[in-house]
Structure formats: structure tokens, C-alpha cells
Design a protein around this ligand. Sequence first.
Ligand code: ATP
Length: 754
Amino acid sequence: MSIREHEDYDKEIERLEETKEYIRRIISLVVEKRLKYRKDMREAFSELDDMDNSLSYASILLNAKLLDSLEQNFGMLKKSKDHPYFARMDIRQSDKDRDEQLYIGKISLFDESMDTPLVVDWRAPIASVYYDGRLGKARYKSYGEEYEIDLFRKRQYTIENGELKHFVDVDISMSDTFLQATLENHASDKLKDIVSTIQSEQNDIIRADIHKPLIVQGVAGSGKTTIALHRIAYLIYTYSDSFQPEDFIIIAPNNLFLDYISSVLPELGAEDVRQTTFPDFMLDVIGERYPLSDQNSKLRLLLKKESLEEYDRGLIIRASAFKNSMLMRKILEAYCGDIEEHFIPPVDFEVNGEVIFTRAYLEEMFRESYAYLPFYKRIDQLESYLDHHVKEAVDEMVAKTRRIYDRRMDRVRKSDMDSEDRKTKLKAAIMDRDEKIKMLQRSRKKAVKDYIKRIDRKDALFFYNRLMTDADLLERYTDDKEVIRFIVEDRIKRIPAKELELEDLAPMAYLHNKLYGIDKSARVKYAVIDEAQDFSDFQFFVLREILNTDRFTILGDLSQGIHMYRAVKDWSYLQESVFEEEVNYLTLLQSYRTTIEIMNEANGVLKKAPIRDLSLANPVVRHGKKPQIRKHKDESSLVKGILETIDKWMQEEYTTIAIITKSEDDAGAIHGALTKGSGYAIGLIEEKAAHFEERIVVLPAYLAKGLEFDAVITTNLHDAFEISALDAKLLYVAMTRAMHRLSLQFISGKNSYF
Ligand SMILES: Nc1ncnc2c1ncn2[C@@H]1O[C@H](COP(=O)(O)OP(=O)(O)OP(=O)(O)O)[C@@H](O)[C@H]1O
């Protein structure tokens, strides 16, 4: 049935026009206000030269602030003109005696002449019912109070460029046709928002308690990244009194991924959220851009079997695991305890040979009274304390000196010596006294300076190098002497160039925080960690220490954990070892990205591998073509096969096509061969890539994490996919990047899964 025949068609058109008209009115009002603020600003600036300019300055500040907030809302308002809402729910609240129709959109609009809002923001408490609720009785919470309502209609709209294209009522029996239609769309180069099709299990994550750490285990394509971003937008909206966008940080795997997710938050009206990678954030915390060795070098070692002797490879991996284990926490805590014990000089504080404060007293102050401060900040405090109290002590010493000399001079005055002698004696005593007092005053300043100077200002790298080259100390924590020897030698080699590797960053940041504290610019109140399966428990521990908060959202998929040697093994251990308080743990099993056919094939790979506790994805009901499996006899046949598939998919007009390999070397080789053999512009994505523009790209699986493409060809040339947990996970990651089409093309015998 055409929507024109629907009994509500005219009413819906009228409502849409009314809403658009309202938005137009608001926009012109904002434009007017903007002009006025600009004019006020110009006037305030021109008055800045006048004598009393504090008023003008205040006016500039005020107007700049107003302009800022207008600009922000203005962008969202302008966008909402074309698409003011996407859903409606008809409800009756238990305390009201009439039905209400609530239209839900990306921003709320209030027309003062109406008693229900024109559009309700999707993040408002009541909108939760739309995402959660089946029709019937429903509940929602607002400001701690629970409300019951009767939800008797959910309607979805397609509005394009301000024109109503379609609307449909959703009931329990009907599958979500809007969701289906959305998932059929082709991939774009950026992740999109999903406000109109958020699913109930996702809504629970978006709106989960802000104060408790939240861990989400979600299968590939379950929307983890997408809902992490929606959660931030929700939290910014709901807690706008206490949280600003700058208080949030998203930590993601690499710059390519950051570029891929960059448009979601602005689209949701949340600009200015810091989006960074773990190494970048750690270097910010440390406050020094030390050269960093290649992050994925360990993974490459694992993949390139022939590059090193098995023994050496094992050692490198064991060392990496050691530096990222919770043992490191024990080591650092003990090490910092030791630093703390020997931090202040092993002497009493004296002025002019007189003990003013004993070492024991100063040490107690350093360790107890200032315990809340980083070590060097405690020294700053100690310096001011000494300055202050030494002045009192020296004043007392001066007074005492005066008293002594006064008595002495009194005796001279009362003596029977002749007047000339008396004069000379008194003069000498005065000079002597003044000299002593001057000396006392001078030694006051010098004593504090000299004492503080005895405490060397060393950076975190100095202390880290000292620790990591101290085999005796490290061996106290492990029986694995070989690993310690390796770690020590490796550290010594890197000292001249001040080079760090990924595994050094968390301990370095921990030390820096203990020594100096972290800079304001690196301080945030809420952290969202995506692709968290690649982080170690120890890295989470350090993040928690540094940020001094439990406000974390941690999202990951253990089935995609390709850095297993150093990363989280299971979420419950993370909960116990890092977070002291109760953790909110939620799972997502439904996958939205791929078709049933692709997901089944990918699940099959995991089932064949030696992986414990598998959580297999359950795809949303969406069918597509069966994945193509082609085995080739040699390299030239493989390249020819891949090119044929690309040709076909280009004709079918897929927007993005990725050729995903096992290793970086294979990616380079295949890229070279494909470029030679075709006229297509094919991009090669390498470690440092931050962006790509080509429709067709070649990349290794570990760089494809988190991304998605319309169509994927999974392949390998020299490096075989063998039956092992790592190879299965890499293949799984590669296959689950496909939204619509998947082709598996290998040289015979190089893939044990097919
Ligand atoms: N409720 C939804 N409505 C529409 N699309 C959705 C929904 N949830 C997820 N998607 C889509 O599914 C795809 C996968 O989402 P996303 O990348 O956030 O998943 P992920 O769990 O982070 O995946 P992975 O772990 O495999 O990287 C995206 O295209 C996203 O738009």
C-alpha cells in the first residue's frame, strides 16, 4: 500500500510541515541573534582601547560563549531541517489522562505553545522506551524516579531532504524492516550513526550506569564501536552539568580506525571528544615524544615463522608478555616504594649547624602528609614548608643572638673600663652581632636551596632504565632468568636512542605519574576503550591509576584477540585484578554487519581452531550470496582469480572492496601483482596509514580490525593459514570485515581451513 492511502497520511504530512516550519523560524531567530552577538562583539572590541575596558572584555567573553553554543546548536538545527525525526511513539503516562504522541529525533525541539515537545531527543529518558519496549506496559527512569507508561504504537519514518518517503508501524510480529533496509546499504568510508535502529541490547549498553566500569564482550559486527560512540553522546547529553565533551577520551587501535569513526560524534552533536590511540595517549601522559619502535613487530614475528629461530621468537614473546603482565604492577609498586624511601637526602635539615628538622621528621612529612601527591610535587611542597618554617626558626635564632649581644653589651656598659675602650668594645659587639644576623639570614635561604638541590630531578626514563637494567631486582619476581637477561640486554641497546617499544609505555606512564603526576591536558573523566581485547590487564591497571577513575567503557571481542601473548585472556580476570568495585558486564551476540552466509563460514573457522570458550556470532536475519571459495595452483592463477572477482564486484557497483591478507609481506606482494595486472587504482594500507581514498585496498588482517567493506577477498600468498588460535583469529577478523560479499582465494595447501 502506498503511504498516501494511509489514514494518517495527511496528519503526518501536516506534522512534518509544522515541524519544519518551526525549525525554519528557530534558524532565522538564531541567525538574527548571531548577527546581534557579532555586532556586540565588534563594538566591545572597538571599546577595548578605552581606559576602562573590563566591561568590554566581559562582553566579548560572554558573546564568544553565546556564539559558540549557538554555532553548535545551529549545525544540528540545520541538519534536522531535512530529517527532524525518525520515529514516533504513542503513549499514555500513568499520571495523565490523555494519550501523547512523541516524535523522536536527534535533537529536541520545544514549541512553547504546545504541552508536549515537538521532537524528543533520542537520549531523553523517555525515549529509552522506544528502543527497549515491546508494545504494552513499559517503564523508564528519570532522575532516579521510575515511571510506568502504556506504549501502544511505534512508528518509523523515512524522511529524505525534508520529504516524507515512508512510514510504518512496528509490532511484535514484524521483523524490523528499517533495520534490514539499513543493513542492506553499501559501506561508506566512515562509520555511521544508528540512532533510528538502536536495538534493545545495545540500548542497555548506551544507557548503562556512568559510575560503574562497563565491560562489553561483543561478537564481530555487533555494533561495539558504534554504540561506544552513541554512549558518549548519551552521557554528554544526560550529564551535561558535570561532564563536558573534553572530559571524554576514546582510545582506539590506530589512526586509520580513528579516521573511520571520526564523523559519528559530530553527527550526534558531540564535538570535541578526544579520540586517540594508546601509544599517543601514553606519550602525552609522559610528556615527551620518545621514538617508538614498530607496534606490530611482535605480531609479525609470530606470523613469519622462518624469520627467526623458534627459541629466539619464544624469548621475545615471553619478554613482551612479562612487560605487560600484572607482575609488572608488583615490580613497579615495590620499585616506587624503594624510590620513595630514598627520595629525600639522608641528613637532617640544618641552618648554621643547628638542626631545624630531623630527617625522620621530614621523611614522615614526605611519605605521610604529602602521600597524595606525586614525588616531585611533594618536594615542591616540602620546599615551601621549609622556607616558611625556616624563617620562623631563623627569626628565633636572630632574636636569641640579639639577646646574647644585648646582655654582653650591657655588661660592657656597666663595666669600669674607660669610655674610649667601652666605645670600641660596644662598636665591635654591634658589628659582630650584625654580621652574625646577616649570616643567619643568608644561610636561611641557602640552607633550603642546598637541601632541595640534593634531590636530583630525573625523568621517568631515567628511573625506568635503572629498573629494566637491574637484573637482580627483576629476578626477584620471576624464575625465568633467560627472559630477564633478554629484557636487560634489549633495554641497554635502546638507551642511547631513548627508544621505547609499545610494552614500555604503560610502565613509563605509571612511573611518570608517580614522579610528576599528569598534565591537565591529559586528564579526563571518562575513558572508552575500543578493541580492548588487544590491551593487557596491566595496561588497564595503568590507565585506571593515571586517570584515577573507575569510569570506563571497555569493549572488545576475545575471538578477535590477535595479540594473545600479551593481552587480556578473559574479562573476569580483568574485572578482579584491575577494578575493585563491581563491574557491569554485558554481552552482545547478535551481529549486524554480515550476512548469515558469511557469518556461518567465519564461525566455522573459529570452531576448527584450538580456542577455548568461544562465543560465536549470531547474525541478524539477512541473506546474501554464499561466500566463494577458490583454490589456485600458483601465484599467477591466484592474482588472475582475484582480479576476476574485483572486475565482477566493480560491475555490481560495490563501493568498497578489500583484499585482506594474513601478513604485511603478503599484502605488499599481492598489491604489487594486482596493480601490475589491472587498470584499477588500488591502495596499499600500511602500519602508519591514517586515511585511504581508493575504492579497492589491500591490507593485512591486523590493520583491518574494526573496519568494514562491502566486499572482501581473503587471501594469502606465502604465509599459510594453519590450524592455530592466532591464524584462526586473523582469518576470522579478515572474513568478518565483509558486509555483503566474501571470496576466499588461496594457493592450494596454504589454507588449512578450507
Ligand atoms: N542497531 C543497528 N542498526 C543498524 N546498523 C547497525 C546496528 N548495530 C550495528 N550496526 C552496523 O553494524 C556494523 C558493525 O558495527 P561496528 O563496527 O560498530 O561493530 P563492532 O562490534 O565494533 O565490530 P568489530 O568488532 O567486528 O570491529 C556497522 O556497519 C554498523 O553500522
